[in-house]
Design a binder for this molecule. Structure first.
Ligand code: GLA
Length: 387
């Protein structure tokens, strides 16, 4: 039985037999350009083949029932007329936030039974939250004829996370999950949402994702702190420069004006952002030239900047990355996502992938006491209806 067939069978068991519609939304991995989206710069993520299935059926009343095959238990049941954030709802808040955004848009909704089932772990930093948001967006848009474009669904999903769930994320994750394309990464300008699809053809290499399986405890508070530090840097640079976001700044302008940022920590944050944007553009150029060694080196530089200047890595990520770089056949290794735990992404020669996983897994366990998970990344399509 396929994974989807299992989810459909589970749906029927939970809610009763009948016709259903089914959907899929991927997770994402960012290859380079980290902590750049909210600074209006350029990022380079791709959608994964891993992600979340959703099965849904309309109801004739006003009730929303939302269940997760991963969590189990009774569905969260809420009337469409009284949706409010409730900590107890856990994961279901991400879906409810999307429902509220559709209501604000005036899309007429009725009740709905939904079952979701994900194979991207919710603590891995592979955007399981954006995945379920886009899944719900596509479900509602399709089943209630919302007529919204995918980019609108992307923006609406980000708003749901910012306003309903209260996480101040940028646009990268929702964009990658909504707009992903099989075997391509997206060079995305986060200020304009202009996107260029770049083929990722890795005949002799693989992208290996390493999950540190370490809780990202500080992620939200530190994330918001970094955003505030970047805003402060812009404010200080404003004394001489007419910029709105750090992404507006070239490295030359930064070097000529960095003395305006008197606080050393804030200067380091800005330095990361300015040079990471440049690295991202260069990495894509190298990739297009087929120079994977250079691409891997830039991945390494990105991690080092996130560790030393932006300070969002920490012991487990630094350990996993250091161990990765010791292995034969590794071209580059870096953290991916918000940091403070979550995943690394590694560019590894195909024939060395098995020993890479074995060696890094063993040494990581010795050093941290934690068992890591590894996935060979398949690059998949964005959120969509299946049948
Ligand atoms: C999280 C956020 C994204 C982005 C990354 C860091 O994944 O959701 O918007 O800021 O962190 O690059």
């Amino acid at each position: 039985m396929t994974e989807l067939a299992k989810v459909k069978a589970q749906f029927n068991k939970l809610y009763g037999d009948g016709t259903v519609s089914s959907f899929h939304a991927p997770g994402r991995v960012n290859l380079i350009g980290e902590h750049i989206d909210y600074n209006g710069g350029t990022v380079f993520p791709c959608a994964l083949t891993l992600g979340t299935y959703g099965v849904a059926r309309k109801r004739s009343d006003n009730l929303l029932r939302l269940a997760s095959a991963n969590i189990g238990g009774e569905p969260v049941a809420v009337s469409l007329d009284s949706i409010v954030y409730n900590k107890e709802y856990g994961w279901a808040n991400y879906l409810l936030g999307v429902v509220v955004e559709f209501q604000k848009r005036g899309v007429p909704l009725s009740g709905l039974d939904v079952l979701i089932a994900g194979n991207v772990s919710s603590s891995a930093g592979l955007s399981s939250s954006a995945s379920v948001e886009l899944l719900m967006s596509v479900i509602l848009n399709t089943m209630f004829d919302g007529k919204l474009s995918m980019v609108e669904l992307v923006k609406l999903s980000q708003r749901a996370e910012n306003q309903f769930v209260g996480v101040n994320c940028g646009i990268m994750d929702q964009f990658a999950v909504g707009m992903g394309k099989k075997d391509h990464a997206m060079l995305l300008n986060c200020a304009t949402l202009e996107v260029q699809y770049i083929p990722i053809v890795l005949d002799k290499h693989r992208l290996v994702i390493g999950n540190t399986n370490s809780p990202r405890g500080l992620a939200t508070s530190k994330y918001n702190e970094r955003r505030a530090e970047c805003e402060k840097a812009v404010e200080l640079l404003h004394a001489k420069l007419d910029i709105k976001l750090l992404g507006d700044l070239t490295p030359e302008e930064f070097e000529a004006n960095k003395q305006l940022i008197t606080d050393e920590t804030i200067r380091k944050r800005a330095q990361h952002v300015v040079y990471e944007i440049q690295r991202t553009k260069e990495a894509v150029e190298q990739l297009l030239r087929g120079n994977l060694e250079a691409f891997g080196n830039l991945m390494n530089d990105s991690h080092d900047s996130l560790a030393n200047l932006y300070e969002v890595t920490g012991f487990v990520l630094d350990t996993m990355v250091a161990l990765a770089r010791e292995q034969t056949g590794v071209l580059g290794a870096r953290m991916t996502g918000a940091g403070f735990g979550g995943c690394t992404v590694n560019l590894v020669e195909k024939e060395h992938v098995d020993t890479f996983i074995e060696n890094v897994g063993r040494a990581y366990k010795e050093k941290t006491g934690i068992t890591a998970d590894f996935y060979i990344a398949g690059i998949g399509d964005g959120a969509r209806q299946l049948d």
